[in-house]
Ligand binder design. Sequence first.
Ligand SMILES: [Zn+2]
Length: 302
Amino acid sequence: MGKVSLGQRIKEGLFLLDGAMGTELIARGIEAGTCNDYLNVESPDTVLDVHTAYLEAGSDAVLTNTFGANRFALARHGLSGKIEEINTAGAQVARRAAGADRYVLGDIGPSGHFLQPLGELAPEELREAFAAQAKALLAGGVDGFIIETMTALDEATIAIEATKSVGGDLPVFASMAFDRAGDGFRTMMGVDVESAVSKIVSLGVDAVGFNCGTVSLDEYVELAKEFVSAVRALSDDVAVCAEPNAGKPELVEGQAVYKVSPEDFAEAAQKIYSAGINIIGGCCGSSPAHIEAVATRLQRPS
Ligand SMILES: [Zn+2]
């Protein structure tokens, strides 16, 4: 018996994603400043080991190690010629870890540039870059895609459209990073929850949500409630996803450190789940221990 499709599975209760990749790579001896995405090619067993740790902790899906594997982010490491190789290898290693029974989400992050007229980036150039990434992820065998940590709505829109244009019927999740702004929340580029949700839902995604940002655990719970009511005002069908950081970072010797314990993280995750979000993972500072605590707290044996 094969597994149910990803689109169906996310309508059936808790769907647990994984946690941070970068810190787990560093914990396995990878030096900070390395191009993490290139490790899919150069050291796939290290990446496999991180995926496996999350799957053992109870993740239903792992995200490919391709957050920075678009042409623009790779150019910073002189690797923009290796988009296909890095993304396809990233999907393959995640597939190898997840096997046939669990899911692989192709991870797509921001370009790191501003679109015209704010910046230099032409929409068509960006669209081609995201389409090339999604195509290479698809070739490696992903079950769907997650576009995350977006702060600009025009870039998020292009990423969603480009991914859908090459991804066939595969589900697409889209997530933006919010910070506290007055009584509510906005992305770094000033997008509020309602604007983000109405635009992203109109593009026909399977899930919309939030990840990362500089927000405390209590604020994530508040954001979750605001998000769910914004989504439900528009659709009963679209799922909501959340990947909180392990709290707000504290600066220790110039480094951002996330200090929230797995238990406290799981308590917040439970509140987020109760608010109506069934796709939950972790962003910065979260580890397999955090994911395992969520699985345990929401009463699922790992
Ligand atoms: Zn993050």
